[in-house]
Design a protein around this ligand. Structure first.
Ligand code: DGY
Length: 320
């Protein structure tokens, strides 16, 4: 009898076929609706492996219902949706998909930075709604990117790739990280600074750190008050790293100039969320890694991790 695996969303057929060579599969066969909790609780009861997304909360309660479970393969680099301690206690391997989404996520981060600085969405709406009557000296003016100071909080793979892109724009790159990355500093021409110094000096502050209990609400009223009035906050990491009430107040009062957000405390963000009423917010629906090639690579790597663990081999990327 083949081991049993549950897949929490419709994934591409070739990836399903790969898993099916070694496992019996059941799958939540929808593309745009997450598996309901009660369905997941039933399905997980008899399986050896779980292929899941960041939309599934894999907490202790769920794991209690999965006596056979050996592997949770998360199709994401972030794994804040999984109770890692509980998995570890139960001897369940957890894997993720780092590396394959680095460049695509850095691209989106830089795109969001540019769109926010140069008010691209607002300008496009302005044209489409018929407000464009003439060229005017200060119409829709934004902030310069070329030669500006970029502050990166979190110098992992994606942070380093963002710094590479900044080089082409002759930006002055500052970074803050738990540990100094001396080997990268020279290559990427960037400077390690204290956290508050980065907030005070940067024209752009980009959050590139994982979401953990330590980074929850890392950016709140105090941090926003340190930033320049002309500065822009970009978050493509996780919504909970920024306190959204404080961000709203800072944007509304002009304490900071704008924000580009790919991630939110609650996803999808509610359409009546105050942040969405502000013209100086560019908001996109968690699309950091959303290129066709990268999403295929993430699915493929998640499948490979799953199959390796099921076959009692070491997966490529083990969290615990
Ligand atoms: C991740 O992988 O953690 C991203 O947020 C989605 O690609």
């Amino acid at each position: 009898m083949k081991p049993k695996v549950y897949i929490t969303r419709r994934i591409p057929d070739e990836i399903i076929a790969k898993i099916e060579t070694v496992c019996d599969i059941r799958m939540w066969d929808k593309t745009d609706i997450p598996v309901p909790r009660e369905v997941l609780e039933k399905e997980i009861a008899g399986v050896d492996g779980l292929f899941c997304l960041l939309t599934e909360t894999v907490d202790r309660g769920l794991l209690e219902k999965a006596p056979q479970l050996k592997i949770i393969s998360n199709m994401a680099v972030g794994y804040n949706n999984i109770d890692i301690e509980a998995a570890k206690e139960k001897g369940i391997t957890v894997t993720n998909t780092p590396g394959v989404l680095t460049e695509t996520t850095a691209d989106l981060t830089f795109a969001l930075l540019m769109a926010t600085a140069r008010r691209l969405i607002e300008s496009s709406d302005y044209l489409r709604e018929g407000s464009w009557k003439t060229w005017s000296p200060m119409q829709l003016t934004g902030q310069d990117i070329y030669g500006a100071t970029l502050g990166i909080i979190g110098m992992g793979r994606i942070g380093a790739s963002l710094a590479k892109r900044a080089k082409g724009f002759d930006m002055n790159v500052l970074y803050y990280n738990r540990s100094r990355k001396l080997s990268l500093e020279e290559d990427l021409n960037m400077t390690f600074v204290e956290f508050d110094f980065l907030l005070k000096e940067s024209d752009f502050v980009c959050i590139m750190t994982p979401y953990t209990p330590e980074t929850q609400d890392l950016i709140g009223a105090r941090e926003l008050s340190l930033m320049k009035k002309t500065s822009i906050l970009i978050n493509t990491a996780r919504g909970g790293i920024v306190n959204e009430d404080d961000l709203y107040s800072a944007l509304k009062s002009g304490e900071i100039w704008a924000a580009g957000l790919d991630v939110f405390e609650q996803e999808p963000i509610s359409l009546d969320h105050p942040l969405l009423t502000l013209p100086n917010v560019v908001a996109v629906p968690h699309i950091g890694s959303a290129s066709i090639k990268t999403r295929m690579k993430m699915a493929d790597l998640a499948a490979e991790n799953l199959v390796l663990a099921i076959n009692e081999q070491t997966p490529k990327h083990v969290v615990v």
